[in-house]
Write a protein of this length. Structure first.
Length: 352
């Protein structure tokens, strides 16, 4: 015998509310209801917008976000691609991006490229399909990357479809770019340290393929040459572009016998790592050896001693990037000046 369950006591499954239902309830066409709810640029009379939204609220209609994106050409999001989530350099930029995006009615999503051009390209391809209003890419360009052409193609296709792009990096890609004066800032830092009496130097840097590190390293060396410091008075150590890299660089400098008067690490996180390593080796930063960084992240002033660095207006950079992207027009390069900030980690040598 076949037993048939009696389901008559169960409630009927409710059919999802559709946009057709909303249009019928509001007494307008489907096209009008769609334009009223998806934010289309095509005009809809104010009274129709009010009726459609009231009908949607009454019926509990939830708009389909992908359909809205297709109708508008974009979603109400701004996508930020950064190189490293652990580096406060990028979190400071993100704060500016978020402020500008919120002012424009956008929600920020974030992706981490981990300093990999291949991963950066895959992220941009994925983002293009998600139709954000803006894509901001913050991170150093990498010399010799085979992905450059493909990245330009992806971003240009996205831009032609109505998207907006801004770069926070070097002048390299044909989009609105905020170019930080890495070379000039490091050069001025070198001159300032020479003025404080320092005569022997160490530079902890990343691979030259990372253009930010290359520009800061060469800018510092150019400053030393301008000040008349012989190349033999400076020792360079290549390490990863991280705090741990700074630790390793400081240890390598310590293994070379008599250390330099002062060490320049090409970002603040590397400088913080170097200060930690020097302390473990029995050296007191600011007294036994000078240490300087670059970026002026928030914690630089809270260290003991406070860190000499080159200030980059990171929050303003993020803010300006979003505004530049939303402004559209011909892509322009905005040159971002930097400022040397001397603190107690480089007090100078006696007699300077």
């Amino acid at each position: 015998m076949i037993q048939v369950d009696d389901a008559s006591h169960l409630p009927a499954r409710r059919r999802p509310v559709t946009l057709h239902d909303v249009a019928r309830e509001a007494g307008v066409s489907y096209a009008t209801a769609s334009r009223a709810l998806n934010g289309s640029d095509r005009s809809v009379r104010a009274d129709n917008v009010t009726r459609v939204r009231a009908a949607a609220a009454k019926l509990g209609y939830a708009p389909h976000l992908s359909a809205q994106a297709i109708a508008r050409g974009s979603t109400n999001t701004a996508a930020l691609v950064v190189s490293d989530i652990d580096d406060p350099y990028f979190s400071s930029i993100a704060a500016g991006v978020i402020e500008a995006a919120e002012a424009a009615g956008l929600i920020v999503t974030m992706a981490v490229a981990d300093r990999s051009p291949d991963l950066e390209l895959r992220i941009v391809r994925t983002l293009r399909g998600q139709r954000p209003r803006v894509i901001v890419i913050a991170g150093s360009r990498v010399e010799g990357s085979h992905t450059r052409g493909a990245l330009v193609d992806e971003l240009e296709t996205y831009r032609v479809a109505g998207g907006r792009v801004a770069m926070i990096s070097q002048e390299d890609l044909p989009f609105a770019t905020l170019a930080i004066d890495n070379h000039g800032g490091a050069k001025q830092l070198a001159l300032a340290l020479v003025d404080r009496g320092y005569r022997t130097f160490g530079v902890i840097h990343a691979a030259d393929a990372i253009r930010t590190s290359h520009d800061r390293r060469t800018g510092f060396l150019d400053g030393l040459r301008q000040a008349g410091i012989h190349a033999g008075a400076c020792r360079s150590i290549e390490v990863p572009f991280t705090r741990e890299g700074g630790v390793r660089g400081a240890r390598a400098i310590g293994e070379g016998g008599a250390g330099p008067d002062v060490v320049f690490a090409v970002n603040d996180m590397m400088a913080i790592g170097a200060m930690t390593a020097f302390r473990h080796a029995g050296l007191i930063p600011g007294r036994d050896i000078g240490v300087a960084g670059f970026d002026d992240i928030g914690s630089a002033v809270d260290l003991t001693p406070p860190l000499t660095t080159v200030r980059v207006p990171l929050h303003d950079v993020g803010l300006t990037a979003v505004r530049a992207a939303l402004a559209g027009g011909t892509p322009e390069v905005v040159h971002v000046p930097t400022e040397v900030v001397l603190r107690d980690s480089t007090p100078g040598l006696p007699g300077a």
